[in-house]
Design a binder for this molecule. Structure first.
Ligand code: ATP
Ligand code: MG
Length: 428
């Protein structure tokens, strides 16, 4: 009996029609990180459960309900990483990367969260993230924001994203605010929904993030963390605002922006779009000065951000429906005589050697020439090279709609001249 197997819910294939767009975006990511002097790290997809329980926090959505936890054959408690920062912090400590130096790192790869799949929300999704270590000032926070902005500009979507910022202060500042906040929520307990009542004990700050329309007015009047900031935190925040203004980056201060992870201190920010419904947060980040200390005997200031690549691509496709980055070959090689396949294979190889910038495809479908030509036309290629039955070679330029037979040398000369690329003569 045939067995039908499908991909796991919320995990999708990225097929060849989409990969050129991914590769284009990834090339922009590499370019931006290169120009800002960030170095790539490649980290494991599996980490100990304890890492996230400690770093992201037990009461967060991620740890309390979204992780893919399992025991391995040795009984170790392991999880598929739900985010990148925690693993990056682990790697920095484990490899002693911050001894007397600062670090600017980036990563890209799949993350896993057991959430209800919908547009812009998957169970396996991809993040591009950057993390910096050893820098305590608002200057590096500003650099991160400039960098994200530069990437959005390079992708043509910056005007569809707005920047929201806030400060979560330090732990002692948050503690003081928390008392006042809990007291306030207790006064308005009748208005709290079930979710918020649960959070009242575990994570009252997160209640501020609630989207429940019935609670909005009450939340607007809740005690603001910004009013509890000490002098240093306030100065850090003011300086960041100043640095954003100097770079002409528009922002909105959102006193209710709290982020869904426990490790943030002081600066937090999000880039949000209105084009994707409720999955509008494309980038989230901020400072997490207390995190390194949880896993090492030395503290280290740190800050970073993560971008959801699928959401960013959705945004690009939504605002730029014509975006058509395809994988067209430049040249397709075809042949007339059924047994000329090897000669055609070698011809294609010679073309690749002479014109290394060109994408050259051979038709090995084993069909008649007419069919090979119609296949080639479907690829959107510029040239069709044909090995005719009489041994002559034809060049068909589809842009100029001109077809003629010629000597092999002339073929690369013509194509090279059209494309303004050199012909390689050294054939080692
Ligand atoms: P949300 O509020 O939308 O659930 P989050 O606060 O959980 O987001 P972060 O943990 O800050 O998100 O992750 C950073 C970015 O990763 C998000 O802004 C988003 O673009 C992306 N992201 C998070 N979860 C998912 C998911 N399940 N599917 C696709 N992208 C995601
Ligand atoms: Mg989430």
């Amino acid at each position: 009996m045939m067995m039908k197997i499908q991909s796991i819910r919320g995990m999708r294939d990225i097929l060849p029609e989409e990969t050129p767009l991914w590769q284009w975006l990834e090339s922009k990511v590499r370019n931006i990180t290169y120009r800002y002097g960030y170095q790539e790290v490649r980290l494991p997809l599996l980490e100990p459960v304890a890492l996230f329980e400690r770093a992201v926090g037990q009461s967060t959505d991620i740890v309390s309900k979204e992780m893919y936890n399992f025991r391995d054959k040795n009984g170790e408690h392991i999880t598929l990483r739900p985010e990148g920062t925690s693993g990056c912090v682990r790697a920095v400590i484990e490899n002693n990367m911050c001894y007397n130096t600062t670090q600017r790192l980036w990563y890209q790869g799949p993350m896993f969260r057991y959430e209800r799949p919908q547009k812009g929300r998957l169970r396996q999704f991809t993040q591009f993230g950057v993390e910096t270590f050893g820098m305590a000032g608002a200057d590096i926070d500003a650099e991160l924001i400039y960098m994200a902005k530069d990437l959005f500009k390079a992708l043509g979507v910056d005007r569809y994203l707005r920047l929201e910022i806030n400060s979560l202060g330090t732990l002692p500042e948050r503690k003081e605010h928390r008392q006042k906040l809990v007291a306030y929520f207790n006064q308005h307990k009748a208005l709290l929904d079930e979710d918020s009542l649960n959070r009242l004990e575990t994570n009252p700050l997160r209640i501020l993030d609630s989207k429940n329309p019935a609670m909005q007015e009450m939340l607007e009047n809740a005690p603001r963390l910004l009013d509890f900031l000490g002098e240093e935190s306030m100065q850090h925040f003011t300086e960041l605002c100043q640095l954003l203004k100097s770079a002409e980056i528009e922002y909105v201060v959102n006193p209710r922006l709290v982020r869904g992870l426990d490790y943030y201190t002081r600066t937090v920010f999000e880039w949000i779009t209105d084009e994707l419904g409720s999955q509008g947060t494309v980038c989230g980040g901020g400072r997490y000065d207390g995190l390194v200390e949880l896993f090492s005997n030395k503290g280290l200031p740190a800050s970073g951000f993560a971008i959801g690549i699928e959401r960013l691509l959705l945004l690009i496709q939504t605002v730029d429906g014509d975006k058509n980055i395809t994988n067209k070959p430049d040249i397709v090689v075809t042949y007339e005589e059924a047994n000329a396949n090897i000669t055609a294979l070698l011809l294609a190889n010679r073309i690749r050697q002479r014109l290394p910038q060109m994408k050259v495809l051979s038709d090995f479908s084993g069909t008649k020439l007419k069919r090979q030509h119609s296949n080639a036309l479907k690829t959107g290629c510029r040239y069709i090279v044909t090995l005719n039955a009489d041994g002559q070679i034809g060049l068909w330029d589809l842009h100029k709609d001109r077809s003629e037979t010629m000597a092999e040398e002339k073929i690369w000369a013509i194509i090279a001249a059209d494309a303004k690329t050199p012909v390689v003569t050294d054939r080692r």
